[in-house]
Design a protein around this ligand. Structure first.
Ligand code: G3P
Ligand code: MG
Length: 239
């Protein structure tokens, strides 16, 4: 069985949060390319379903915060979303476009967002896209949403599954059989790492931009660092 690169990595991974979103508009191809250029091992990004059933990369259910559009993401087709300005002239990309350009030899944390689409439809559309690009060995699927994690149990290896832990209400559903947990970095300490190690979970922290904190967590055994500043955290972990 092909192995997942997230789970076999022997050095800490640096992952651009919404791309290199400290230096480029979040969740755009520009931010994803910049993360790669800054030496990141991969990228994290957020997925919703457009009106035409195509997975698109945007954080919120609404367009206003990050684009010049107005209204619900799910009320627009992927072609309409691509024409919006998500910052510096970048459109809202499709998952297909991201995997077509960056699916080979780059790691992807596809965070599936709840709040609008039917979980099954959303997960099926993401799964079809990952399958089409034959990049499952580089993909971790994560979500805060129990219904999404439930639907995501259909992902088979080499795709990996992770539970995102809300710092206010950390919860891992009883059905969860994934191999990683994604906690907020500030909740991770030696006791957390012992808990995760006992359950054989890899620990991928978000969103960590402080070099000293990254060095401390690397020493505790954290496997991946999801950051807005990949170059900064790469430098800290190599120091
Ligand atoms: O996936 C890690 C992190 O992105 C989760 O929170 O709100 O930035 O998507 P958020
Ligand atoms: Mg996210």
């Amino acid at each position: 069985m092909p192995q997942n690169s997230w789970l076999t990595a022997t050095k800490p991974l640096v992952i651009g949060h919404r791309g290199a979103s400290g230096d480029a508009p979040e969740n755009t191809l520009k931010a994803f390319r910049l993360a790669r250029d800054q030496g990141a091992d991969g990228i994290e990004y957020d997925v919703h379903l457009a009106q035409d059933g195509v997975p698109v990369i945007i954080h919120d259910v609404m367009l206003e915060r990050t684009t010049n559009g107005v209204g619900h993401v799910s009320h627009f087709t992927s072609a309409e979303l691509a024409k919006l300005d998500a910052g510096e002239g970048e459109g809202v990309p499709t998952l297909d476009a991201v995997l077509a350009e960056l699916g080979d030899g780059f790691l992807h944390n596809i965070e599936i967002k709840g709040g609008s689409a039917d979980p099954e439809a959303l997960v099926d559309a993401v799964a079809a896209c990952v399958e089409r690009h034959n990049c499952g060995a580089n993909v971790v699927i994560s979500s805060f949403e129990e219904a999404i994690l439930q639907a995501a149990t259909k992902f088979a290896p080499p795709v990996a599954q992770a539970a995102l832990l809300d710092p206010e209400a950390p919860n891992i559903p009883s059905f969860f059989a994934g191999t990683a947990v994604h906690p907020y970095f500030a909740v991770v300490n030696a006791a957390f790492m012992s808990w995760a190690t006992e359950r054989a979970y890899r620990v991928h922290v978000w969103t960590i931009d402080d070099p000293q904190a990254a060095q401390r967590l690397a020493a505790l055994g954290v496997s991946a660092f999801i950051t807005n500043y990949p170059a900064r955290i790469r430098d800290a972990l190599q120091a």
